[in-house]
Design a protein. Structure first.
Length: 94
């Protein structure tokens, strides 16, 4: 299955760091096209600062490549957000 086939038409526009963050998310995605890496994990794997990673995630969400779902522990503390890749084969896009 070619995960990025639907994205290739726009790949040139998002080339660079934002595209790299999308690749990191896709590499972690499960069969439902979702993953939940922490900002700290994405920072370490991309060798970038916190604001740079957050900016890339916001760009991806605004452009429709991903959907972010904030998550919390039962006690109310924040956890890593769940990121959904908006791929035509993804269950949440059907």
């Amino acid at each position: 299955m070619d995960l990025f086939f639907p994205f290739t038409d726009y790949w040139w526009f998002y080339a660079g760091f934002t595209a790299f963050i999308l690749l990191l998310l896709a590499n972690k995605a499960d069969e439902n096209f979702s993953c939940y890496p922490s900002i700290r994990t994405l920072m370490a794997e991309s060798d970038a600062g916190r604001s740079t990673v957050i900016h890339a995630l916001k760009e991806l969400e605004a452009s429709g490549f991903i959907t972010r779902q904030p998550q919390c522990h039962d006690a109310g503390a924040r956890r890593s957000s769940r990121y959904y890749l908006n791929h035509p084969l993804a269950p949440h896009c059907s």
